[in-house]
Write a protein that binds this ligand. Sequence first.
Ligand SMILES: NC(=O)c1ccc[n+]([C@@H]2O[C@H](COP(=O)([O-])OP(=O)(O)OC[C@H]3O[C@@H](n4cnc5c(N)ncnc54)[C@H](O)[C@@H]3O)[C@@H](O)[C@H]2O)c1
Length: 256
Amino acid sequence: MVDAVSGIAGKVIVVTGAASGLGLADARLLTEQGAQVVMTDIDVERGQMLAEEIGAMFLAHDVSDEARWGQVMGEVEAKYGGLDGLVNNAGVAHIANIETTSLQVWRNTMAIHLDGTFFGCQAAIKLMKATGGGSIVNMSSTAALIGIPSYLAYSAAKGGIRSMTKAIAIHCRRETLNIRCNSVHPGSINTPMVHHALKELVDVDLGAMEDQEKARVSMGIGEPDDVAHMVAYLLSDVSKHVTGAEMVVDNGDTVV
Ligand SMILES: NC(=O)c1ccc[n+]([C@@H]2O[C@H](COP(=O)([O-])OP(=O)(O)OC[C@H]3O[C@@H](n4cnc5c(N)ncnc54)[C@H](O)[C@@H]3O)[C@@H](O)[C@H]2O)c1
């Protein structure tokens, strides 16, 4: 299943939330690099259309549904005989602080980010164990590192993903499963999620807001490919000595 020469070619990789933004960029890049990519999303129409365009497989998939994870992995195994990589990327971001976050928003955020990542890791490890190993990439955020007041539930969920990733990585190492697990922490990246957030947070047009952001961060707001290259690195054999790591892709935002 794995091309011994290239880091990515021939690998079977599932990317969740792949019908938009970062997941779509991952799916595109990985396919270009020769991986067999399975894109999953709740947005079936868009996902199917984009998968066809890219040359990937698409499966309708709500990551908060444990039973559906079993079916998705079953379909991947039936078609490809195993799994080399999983990107737990699907996500939502509700704007609400500690005083305004409803229980419904809290539960929805935890169901998609924390339950989804937990179900995904469990299902992937089961399949990867059977075929000799693999690499899991969990999409966290700089919100996990600094806590963003206007994204209370999101910050909590991303923090959970960060530490869950480390616990999984060490478990897999102790059990010599040959499965690596790392988290990726993007700063602001130019995707529909961020466009939506900026529009809700401030009553200015997006172009102006991006210019402000650009002025603050000298190299500009990040592009989805900036994150996709990190994801591809973590999925490839080149990163074989990297596990339990938190890879920050934020143009230094959390340093200054
Ligand atoms: N864009 C950023 O600046 C940024 C920064 C840090 C982290 N992230 C994280 O990156 C990931 C992707 O974000 P994005 O910016 O590309 O957002 P996006 O809104 O462009 O894409 C998210 C995708 O997830 C899908 N999705 C939502 N709920 C789902 C569910 N229950 N099951 C399956 N799919 C579901 C959506 O349909 C959509 O296609 C998220 O986990 C997000 O938290 C994004």
